[in-house]
Unconditional design. Sequence first.
Length: 423
Amino acid sequence: MIPFITVRGGRRLSGEITVCGMKNAALPILFASILVRDSVTIENLPPVTDIQTTLRILAAMGARVDMLSPTTARVNAADLDPDAVPPDLTTRLRGSSYLLGACLGRFGRAFTGLPGGCDFGVRPLDQHFRIFTALGAECEPDANLLRVRAPRGLRGAAVRLSFPSVGATLNGILAAATAEGTTVIENAAREPHVADLAAFLNACGADISGAGTSEIRIHGAKILRGCRHAVIPDMIEAGTYMAAVAGTGGRLRLRSVDPAHLAAVSEKLTAMGAQISASGDRLTLCRTSPLLGADIEALPYPLFPTDMQPQFAPLLCLSSGGGRICEHVWESRFRYVPELCRMGAEIRVDGRCAFIRGGAKLTGADVAATDLRAGAAMVIAGLCAGGSTRITGVEHIDRGYPDLEAKLQSLGADVRRVGAREP
Ligand code: EPZ
């Protein structure tokens, strides 16, 4: 049976949630363990399938992986074989492209199958290869594989990215961490997970400065030693629950968040009528007055995150004024729109913008999660809708949301999974 999630909407949500570690930070950090000669212990890993797949990739390549708890892994990649890449696993997630930077840095050669992940139209890797070639690697084109070699080793260089690509910045850091000399990445991505990868590598003995700004300097280290590192909280998981409670009305307390990472999301929700306060690693959101309309421009960090725009679409449908979402990061990230329209939304997509009519009454329907955050948007729409919503494509949701149903149930939601999780 194809598993699905059923949501009966119309309940106000209230309660407290502990936010997990950030999937998109944990992925490059796990692959970075390849650069380290002894064991690393990584804490606060989110229990989601993308992380399990990554640990299976490392183990299949010969790394020793011990789970010390459900959220802590010890990885020793001393005996890792760069030729033992399991293509059936690497094609499941986008983050497998980090194998390239990590194996290139450690072995001077790397290959992987074409990385999978969410489908947003074209997802090129030219900026990744731009950094690799600047460092002296040769890229070997192949229809089904990505392959890079640096027979004479990697040498630091200055590279300017044409777009602040998160993946290219992370792969550049991985490749340069142990290269000879100094690498400078200009127009680098500033996302918190870039800074978290640098913090992990620096704890292992790397010399990386400027991560979190648009210019990163990496002085190659001769050898990296093991360390213990806790992954930063997931701002997108946090933002998704904030959007859910802003949609249903009610009161949410979040634990283990970094409110600074959520500034753009909080600012938008406040403009839409929510009240938000934060102190230390706690954040509270309360929404009692009607939702107001807003316009959203999805852009690289620190601006409004593309990974939150789908979750805001149901809120704009319910708001008094509606609004516009313009997507400036991905070519095509509105595949969720026809699904939302099945529930009564009125949305017109024109190029990179979706124009959303406010004042809608959403009604439960059978819908599909077309990708990870689109799945979260369907769950939020279901929570806000009258009647029952059945969401298929839950394997997308399981890639990035730990214990989604249990967390929502703890807030008082009527959410149920039917059918087993993928192993
Ligand atoms: C990361 O993808 C995230 N994935 C995405 O989150 C997120 O949407 C994205 O960053 C932007 O924040 C992971 O961390 C695993 P990019 P990534 O390279 O690194 C273009 C989620 O929901 N580009 O910053 O692949 C590209 O086409 C996922 O958790 C090039 O042109 O994103 C896009 O338009 C979905 N050439 C833009 O840059 C390149 O070589 C941003 O891509 C690389 C990218």
